[in-house]
Design a protein around this ligand. Structure first.
Ligand SMILES: [Mn+2]
Length: 337
C-alpha cells in the first residue's frame, strides 16, 4: 500500500508539473517570489526559472521585499532581482518558490492576495497548500530540484547560468550533499549541471565557504553563549542585537552557527536563538535525527523540515527559553521512554 501511495504521489507530481509547464508556456508575463530572509534555494530557484523563462521570450519580474545580501547576492543574475512596492495585476501567474505558507512570502496580505493564479512550488513538509496550484514534494532535496524537474518537463532551455543556480540551490539545501535529504536524484542533477560547466569548487567557495571578518568576530562572541540542557542532549547558541552591532555583522553572518552546538557529541537538538528586536527572537532548530523539529517548531507557530525548522517568538528571552525547553525536554523524555 505504501509503495502504491508513493507511486501515486509521484505520478501526481508529474501531472502538476505538466500543468504548471503548460501554464508557463501559454502565458507571457510572470512574477516570481520567494520567502522573507531569502536563502540560496529560494533565490537560486527564482533565478534559474526566471532565466529559463526569459530564453522563452517571457516577461519576468523577480521580486524580493528587501535588497539581497550575501551569500545570495553572489548568485548568477542576482542583480536582476528588484524590490517594488505596488502590485501590477497583469501577470499570467505569480509563483511563490520555497515558501511553506503564504505569510512567509512577506509583503502585505493584500499584496499577495492579488496574486492570481498563485503557484506554490515547495519542498517543506509543513507546506499548507496555499496556492491555486501546488507542487509540493517533501521528498525533494530543495526547491531548486523541483525547478529542474519543471524546466525539463516544460522543455525550456538549460544553460550555464540556469545550471549554476540549480546547483547552488541543491548544494546549500543539502549542506553540500551531506544532509539526509540528499537523494540519488540530487547527485544526478548535480552531475548534469557540471556537464553545463558548473564548477563545484568555485560555487562552494563563493557561496558557502567565504566570509568576512565580521562573521568571525560574531562567531567569537556567540561561541561563549553555548549552553547545554537535558543531559547534554540540547545545545543552544545565542546571538543578541548588541553582538550584531558590536561586530557590524548582518543576519547572514550567523548562518550555520547552529552547527557548533549540533556537532557536539550527545547533542540531539541544536538551537540558534537570534535576537531580531527588543523582545523579538528567531529560534532555528536542527535535529541530529531523533527529533522531528518541524513538529516541535509548529507548537510555537513555526515550521520547516524534519531536521531543520524554526519559529519567531515575542517576549522576554528567559520566558521564551523556559517555555521552549519545557516542550523540548518533554519531547526528548517521551522518546527515551
Ligand atoms: Mn529550500
Amino acid at each position: 500500500m505504501r509503495d502504491f501511495l508513493q507511486g501515486w504521489n509521484q505520478i501526481n507530481h508529474e501531472i502538476i508539473l505538466s500543468k504548471i509547464a503548460a501554464l508557463l508556456t501559454r502565458g507571457k508575463k510572470f512574477l516570481l517570489m520567494t520567502h522573507k530572509d531569502p536563502d540560496v534555494d529560494g533565490i537560486g530557484s527564482m533565478l534559474a526559472l526566471g532565466r529559463a523563462l526569459i530564453s522563452k521570450n517571457k516577461e519576468i519580474v523577480l521580486l524580493t521585499e528587501e535588497p539581497l545580501v550575501s551569500p545570495v547576492i553572489f548568485l548568477e543574475g542576482a542583480d536582476k532581482v528588484v524590490q517594488i512596492l505596488s502590485f501590477p495585476d497583469d501577470y499570467d501567474a505569480v509563483l511563490a518558490l520555497d515558501c511553506a505558507e503564504k505569510s512567509r512570502i512577506g509583503f502585505s496580505k493584500a499584496f499577495v492576495d492579488n496574486a492570481e493564479p498563485l503557484i506554490n512550488i515547495d519542498h517543506h513538509g509543513t507546506n499548507d497548500f496555499f496556492g491555486d496550484i501546488n507542487l509540493v514534494d517533501e521528498k525533494s532535496s530543495s526547491t531548486g530540484e523541483l525547478i529542474y524537474r519543471l524546466i525539463k518537463n516544460a522543455g525550456f532551455p538549460m544553460d550555464l547560468a540556469v545550471a549554476k543556480n540549480i546547483y547552488a540551490a541543491i548544494m546549500t539545501d543539502t549542506g553540500s550533499f551531506r544532509y539526509s535529504n540528499t537523494t540519488p536524484l540530487s547527485f544526478r542533477i548535480a552531475a548534469e549541471m557540471m556537464d553545463y560547466g558548473v564548477k563545484p569548487w568555485e560555487l562552494s567557495r563563493r557561496i558557502m565557504d567565504e566570509y568576512g571578518h565580521a562573521r568571525l568576530k560574531l562567531l567569537r562572541l556567540a561561541l561563549d553563549t553555548i549552553e547545554f540542557h537535558n543531559k547534554g542532549q540540547i545545545g543552544i547558541i545565542m546571538i543578541t542585537k548588541e553582538m550584531f552591532e558590536a561586530t557590524h555583522a548582518d543576519r547572514a553572518d550567523s548562518d550555520k552557527f547552529v552547527d557548533y552546538p549540533r556537532f557536539v557529541s550527545g547533542v540531539e537538538l541544536a538551537v540558534l536563538i537570534r535576537q531580531k528586536g527588543e523582545n523579538e527572537y528567531k529560534f532555528s532548530l536542527r535535529s541530529n535525527g531523533l527529533i522531528d523539529v518541524a513538529r516541535l517548531a509548529s507548537r510555537f507557530g513555526g515550521g520547516g523540515h524534519i531536521r531543520a525548522a524554526g519559529f519567531d517568538a515575542d517576549g522576554s528571552i528567559s520566558d521564551l527559553k523556559r517555555k521552549f525547553l519545557q516542550e523540548a525536554n518533554q519531547v526528548l523524555d517521551d522518546l527515551s521512554n
